[in-house]
Structure formats: C-alpha cells, structure tokens
Design a protein around this ligand. Sequence first.
Ligand code: NAD
Ligand code: FE2
Length: 420
Amino acid sequence: MAADLASSGAVPPAWAYTSAGRVIFGRGAVHSAGQLAAQAGGTAAGSMALVCTDTVLAAAGLLDPVLASLRSSGLEVAVFDGGEPEVGRATVERAARMASSKRPSLLIGLGGGSNIDLAKGVATLLAHGGDLDRYYGDSAVPGEILPVMAIPTTAGTGSEVSPVAVFADDARRMKVGVSSAHLVPGWALLDPLLTVSCPPSVTAHSGMDALSHAIEALCALAYTDTEPDASRSRAFCGKNPYSDTLALEAVSLVGRSLIRAYRDGGDLQAREDMMLASLFAGLAFASAGTGLVHALQYPIGALTKTPHGLGNALLLPAVMRFNRPVRAAVLAQVGRRLPGQSASRPDEAAADQAPSQVAELAAALGIRGGLAALGVGAADIAPLAADAATVTRLIQLSPRPVTTADLEAVLRDALEPPAG
Ligand SMILES: NC(=O)c1ccc[n+]([C@@H]2O[C@H](COP(=O)([O-])OP(=O)(O)OC[C@H]3O[C@@H](n4cnc5c(N)ncnc54)[C@H](O)[C@@H]3O)[C@@H](O)[C@H]2O)c1
Ligand SMILES: [Fe+2]
C-alpha cells in the first residue's frame, strides 16, 4: 500500500497540529510574563513590548501585574488600551498605526479573545503592512508575523493557541477570520486567577464557546475523509486521535465546572477547570477545525452584534441534532460528560438526549429564547444561510454534506426555544 502511494505520487491522509510554542498554566503564571518576554529577546537594546488590552481590564487591575512583571525584567513597555468586545477592523488598524511609531518587538494580547486577536492583527500589519482585509481568509498571511504572547482573561476562545483571529468589519455582512499557522502565539500564559473578575455573562458566553469548540472538533469530518493536503500546512485537517482526546476532556471539565464558575466567580477550582477546558478545546479545534456552529455564527454575529459565545450556545443544540445521524457514538460520549445523564444509557438514547442537555446547560447560565432572543427573525434565515454557505473552510469539515437548505433548516430549528 505504502509503495503504491509512493509510486502513484498520491498524498496519504494525515493530521497535524499547530499550537503555541510554549504554554504556561497555573495560578500566578502571569508573573512570569517578564521573564518569558526577556527570553523572547525583549530586552535587546531599543526593543519594546506593546500590550494590547482594554480599559475594562485595566480598571479591573489585570494590567498592573503584567506591567510590573515586564518592567522588573527590564523591558520597555507601551500600552494600547483601546481594545473592544468582538474587535473591529478599524480598531486593529488604529492600534497598528499607533504601534508603528513605537516599533515593538513583541505584541502581548491581554484579555479575552478580542484583545488576543487584536494583538495578532497588529502583529500581522506591522510585519507585512497594508490594510487588514488583505489577510482575510485562509493562508493569506505571507510569512512570520511579529512575536505574540497571549495572556487570556476569559476561559473560552482558545485564541492563545489557535491559528486564527476573528474581526468585525462594518463593510461586510460577516465577521471575518484570518487563518494562518503564522498567527499561532509563541507564548500562551494561562493564569486562572485572571478570570476571577469575569462577570457571570462573560463566564457563560466564553464557557459555551469552549464547549462549542470541543463538540465541533469531535463532530468534524475525520482527517481520513478530508481532502489530502500535500503541503501538510493546512491548520484544520479534520478530527483525529489528538483532537478527540483533548476535546472529550474539555467537555468533561465544562460539564463539571461551568455552572459553578458562573454561580460563584471566586470558585478557584472551577475557574481553573474552565481555563483548562478552554485550552484543551482550543488545541482540539486548532487541529480538527470547527463546523456549522461557527460558520453560522459569522453572519449572525455581524447582524446582531452580540457576543460570539452567546450565538454559538444558541446554535449548538440544533447543529448537534443535524449531526446526530452520523455522529451518534460521539454525541453519546458528550452527553455522558454533561450534567443530566446517567453513564449507563445506551448510545442511541444518550445521543438523542445530548442536544437538550446542552440547551439545559445554557439555560442554567441564563442563555435562553433561541436565536429570536438575539433579534433574528424568520426573514433573516435565507440571507444568513446564504452567507454561512460561503464559509467553505468550515462547511467542508461538516460530517454530513450541507446544502443551503440544510443551513436554513438548522437556523429554523435554533430560532425558537423547543416547546415544553
Ligand atoms: N482567535 C480564535 O481562535 C477565536 C476563537 C473563538 C472566538 N474568537 C473571538 O473572540 C472574541 C470573543 O472573545 P471573549 O469571549 O473572550 O470575550 P471578549 O474578549 O470580547 O471580552 C468580552 C468583555 O469581557 C471583558 N473581560 C474579559 N476578561 C475579563 C475579566 N477577567 N474581568 C472583567 N472583564 C473581562 C472584556 O473587557 C470585554 O468587555 C470574538 O471576537 C470571537 O469571534 C476568536
Ligand atoms: Fe468560537
């Protein structure tokens, strides 16, 4: 077989993973920011670190330990604190203009996914110039970007280890992604203590984003069934043993600790579990990819201007029902790891129950009412489905072939809460 492949020149299927160069995890980890930045060359003459963050985090006191650690290691530091939720293209370009006069050698994203993606965007523009839209889509970033260190303060996006950055762009009907292996941060510094000040809604939305990443990675097309990638450079290559292991553990951690972290933000064990869940789910989707939840959330996020994780939470049960005919075994495993199911249920029944367990988990976090609660109406369904159908890099990872009519059916399913 191997000899046949070699002589035919065919490319055998393979999976690959892309992850941060160095991951540091633990309570108090933030205090090693300076040492790491110094190792990254940040103390060389004339070099400086630019921290991308926002005023909410500065007011919460989360910027202070980062600045103190950087300065104690002898680094020059500048701060851009104009980050915003669901960060927009204009903000990235504004930050890059400010940064170009400072000539940083290291970008530090301190915050949720929005600020980490802001740092990735600025690092891309400083390295390669031009406007941000030049880099939209897959593999449009021509080479290495400036070094990025990610310090997440939410537990959800996995951006600290992912090859993706997501932006709002007022000129488009979709949120846009820049996807490239060059966007993976060199350093991911995960300190669960930084998430303690997250308000309950941010804990809920970002936690459901992590769950969406894990379930989408578990349900993705298998790597053996995706188009072979001759260069082995594609980030999203389908589900594989690596992504499955991490994603299942992420589901368990969410099942055990998301409601606890939401109800008591000071529950440090729950905060630590959720940060680990976010990391594992991020590593899983960074290799396997995401699917219809994320493809549909791109236009929904742009239309409704609501948080990414909130839209995902409302879409996830409907997408699980869509995947159910071909993913019963894995959905059963998901269901057994979430609250509300006994370990002994047979696979078929367990898989049937899993979508409603996700909806019940979301409801326990105050997320109810279907997409209608975001202001999506019946008239929006056709344009939303048409837009989502263009996100081919995610649609092609669906375990079932998808038509625009299927996307409309999923949206109708997610529009209103189930009766009863
Ligand atoms: N790059 C990726 O791989 C990836 C993956 C998923 C989502 N995303 C993107 O990430 C963004 C969402 O990120 P998010 O869910 O982390 O939220 P966010 O970064 O948008 O933050 C939401 C709000 O919470 C505040 N906040 C964050 N941490 C806090 C803390 N510890 N204490 C108090 N307030 C805090 C922020 O200041 C902000 O006002 C979206 O733009 C989404 O598209 C990116
Ligand atoms: Fe996400």
